[in-house]
Every structure is written in structure tokens, then in C-alpha cells.
Design a protein around this ligand. Structure first.
Ligand code: SAH
Length: 380
């Protein structure tokens, strides 16, 4: 049993492959090319959990695929659900025993998935739970794609509760994907972009590129590269400070790519793509939330096709950063609005389930070293 398990775990993950690669492989097995298209539809339209379900394929091919590939690179360890059931978060174990988090948020018309790109993160932002845990490894393409497929299955399955989940019964598919889970997506650029290309493939999952957001600490070469990708994927930049001294502290990569260099890259991206860029700004009490900080932010973004997303701070154990008061948040937002900047204050979804970046994993890991411990599911 132990040996069978470990053999299975070392199987290649089928979600690592693009349709072209799958086609080349099946052709090399002596199969007609259209078989790959059939497999692709089973994977990305029907979210098959077993190759044996692929009933329009010859049995021998189904067996051969099952011997070569794994369909489930992620093992859900625990899932917690917010009191109102609009947010759920899953901690997944990877084949090597590492863990990552994925969050599903149900809005009226959107089903937004917040996915991870790395185990841990090397960017060391001191207010971020993942940053405090350090970097372990990059996720493979298939491990990124499988986070989406996991919740796509859940949403589509009437028996799992996804199809009639609060707040309303539709849509039953993932509508938006944001790379705002664990990790820095631009530090795992190639695999993140392979995953994006697999998810937007019209012959399969067919997610609209405009419904995908890549959020970065501000890795300048990555932003410039993204400007050339030719897909309508959105860019979000985690700013958190509008002056270099403060940003050096809050987002340490600023020492490598200071604001002037970062903003040059953002302007280049906007020129190239014509797309508005979101700037994330987590409001931290008495650190970056005073009126002068808002004015500096308005000044920095003057003339830039920008949108500011103010994020209420999720306090992290072991970190001194605290959320801003309501009053400070409102004043901050008003100063930006008065300067003509579009501003939104992010809803505080899932605060009761540690839905902030890396928080569930950190909580669990702290309990028991590297041994993950299941938490009870919260139900309303
Ligand atoms: N590494 C990427 C994406 C992951 S985090 C990035 O930094 O953009 C997604 C967003 O959540 C980032 O803006 C990040 O700075 C923010 N964030 C991290 N920890 C937070 C916390 N404790 N409270 C509020 N926002 C946080």
C-alpha cells in the first residue's frame, strides 16, 4: 500500500501538459490526434476524476493514461467555511507533503478563486503570513491548474453543495482567478503563465483572460514580460507605500526595484496593453494610513491609468501590523477620490477563517511542526 501510494505520487500530473503536448504524446503512442482533444474535454469541461470515466476512449488507452498520469496532484487536508458560507478555504497537501492554500469566494455573479503559485514565498513582506514562513519551492504548472479544477468540480457538482451554494445558485463555474494566494507569481513566471494558457484554452476550460489577475510585489522584469504576452490578463501591484523608505521596509524587494523603476515598468505595461493597473494598498494603523500617505499615493499615481484597492489589514500572529480604524480608512479613501483616483475598499471576506495569505497554513503548521492537523469545518 505504502509503495503503491508513493509510486502513484511520482506519476506525472496530467494538468502539467498543454493540449499541444498532450497531442504530441498521444500521437507518439500511435493514437489519432483527435483523442487528445477528447481527453482535454474530459479534463477541462467535465472535470473528470478518473481516466476510466472517459468512456469515448478505447479501454486500453484509458488504462495507459491511468498508468502514466495522476489526475489528483492535490490532496485536500482540511477545508474551512466562513460563517456565512460565502468564503471557503482549502489547505492542500502536495505529493511531496508540502502544503498550499486556495480560497473560493462566492459573490452574487462571480465565483472568484484565489490561488497559490509557490509553497511559501521569498519576498519576506513583514506583514504577510506567507512572507514570515519563508520560501520552500515553486509550484508546478499542474499544481496551479489543479487548484482551479478542484473548486470547478465542487461548483459544478450538485451533490457537493457547490451548485446551490450561498448567496445565489448561479454561476456554477469558476468565473475569476486571482494569483493572490501564497507566493510571488512573477518569481515562478514560466509555470504561472503555462497554467494561465491552459486555463484560457477555448477548447477546454475557456476562462476569459480578462478574468485572471496576476498580483505582484513589483518584480520589474516580470511586469515588462507580461506586457508582451498578448493576453488580456490583469496586473495588480502590491504597493502598500508611496515612498521608498517606507516601502523598503514593507515590501523589501523595493530595495532592488525602487518606486521610480517600478512605476516606469507599470507605465510601459499600460502603454503596451492599454489596460488599467490595480494598486493594492493594505492599510496598517499608524504605519501607512495617515493623510500624508494618501496624498503621496495620489501624487505617485497622478496621470497613471490606475485603480486603488485598499485592503483592510488581516492581523497576523507574530507581526506588529494592525488594521486601520474605519475613520482613517474613510479619510484615506476620500483623499484619493478627491484626487480623481478610482478607489475600492476590499470586502473583509473570510476574516473568521484566517483567509489572509498563508494564514491557515501558518496556523496549522505552528500547532504541530510540519505535521498538518485538520481543523473542524465551521458550518452555519
Ligand atoms: N506575492 C503577490 C501575491 C500574494 S498576496 C503580491 O504580493 O502581490 C496578495 C495581496 O495580499 C498582496 O497585496 C499582499 O501584500 C496582501 N497581503 C498579504 N498579507 C496581508 C495581510 N496580512 N493583510 C492584508 N493584506 C495582505
Amino acid at each position: 500500500m505504502g509503495q503503491a501510494m508513493s509510486e502513484k505520487e511520482t506519476l506525472r500530473c496530467v494538468y502539467d501538459l498543454t493540449l499541444d503536448e498532450l497531442t504530441a504524446l498521444l500521437v507518439s503512442w500511435g493514437e489519432p490526434a483527435y483523442r487528445a482533444r477528447q481527453v482535454w474535454e474530459w479534463l477541462y469541461r467535465h472535470y473528470a476524476t478518473d481516466f476510466m470515466q472517459m468512456t469515448n476512449l478505447p479501454k486500453a488507452l484509458r488504462h495507459r493514461l491511468a498508468e502514466a498520469f495522476s489526475l489528483e496532484p492535490l490532496r485536500p487536508v482540511t477545508e474551512i467555511v466562513s460563517q456565512n458560507r460565502w468564503t471557503r478555504k482549502c489547505l492542500f497537501a502536495l505529493p511531496d507533503g508540502e502544503t498550499v492554500e486556495t480560497v473560493l469566494m462566492l459573490y452574487e455573479k462571480r465565483r472568484t478563486l484565489c490561488i497559490s503559485s509557490q509553497v511559501g514565498c521569498g519576498m519576506a513582506c513583514p506583514f504577510c503570513a506567507t512572507g514570515l514562513s519563508g520560501f520552500t519551492r515553486n509550484l508546478h504548472t499542474g499544481e496551479i491548474v489543479a487548484q482551479v479544477i478542484h473548486y470547478a468540480r465542487w461548483l459544478a457538482d450538485p451533490h457537493a453543495g457547490g451548485a446551490d451554494a450561498a448567496p445565489i445558485s448561479r454561476p456554477t463555474r469558476v468565473t475569476n482567478v486571482v494569483f493572490m494566494g501564497m507566493g510571488e507569481p512573477m518569481a515562478n513566471y514560466d509555470r504561472v503563465w503555462r497554467a494561465i494558457r491552459i486555463l484560457v484554452d477555448k477548447r477546454g476550460f475557456n476562462l476569459g483572460a480578462r478574468h485572471i489577475t496576476v498580483s505582484t510585489v513589483g518584480i520589474v522584469p516580470g511586469i515588462r514580460r507580461m506586457a508582451e504576452e498578448g493576453l488580456q490578463v490583469r496586473l495588480a501591484v502590491s504597493l502598500h507605500a508611496a515612498d521608498d523608505a517606507l516601502r523598503d521596509e514593507l515590501v523589501p524587494i523595493n530595495r532592488t526595484y525602487p518606486l521610480r523603476v517600478l512605476m516606469d515598468a507599470v507605465r510601459y505595461y499600460i502603454r503596451k496593453t492599454g489596460r488599467r493597473v490595480t494598486f493594492e494598498y493594505a492599510l496598517m494603523r499608524d504605519v501607512n494610513d495617515r493623510p500624508e500617505h494618501a496624498r503621496a499615493l495620489a501624487q505617485l499615481l497622478r496621470g497613471v491609468l490606475a485603480h486603488v484597492n485598499l485592503i483592510p489589514m488581516n492581523p497576523v500572529e507574530g507581526s506588529p501590523y494592525q488594521p486601520s480604524t474605519r475613520q482613517a480608512t474613510a479619510t484615506f479613501a476620500r483623499i484619493l477620490e478627491d484626487a480623481g483616483l478610482p478607489v475600492t475598499v476590499r470586502l473583509r471576506r473570510g476574516i473568521d477563517i484566517n483567509a489572509g495569505c498563508g494564514q491557515l497554513r501558518r496556523h496549522i503548521l505552528q500547532v504541530d511542526g510540519r505535521q498538518v492537523m485538520p481543523l473542524p469545518v465551521v458550518s452555519s
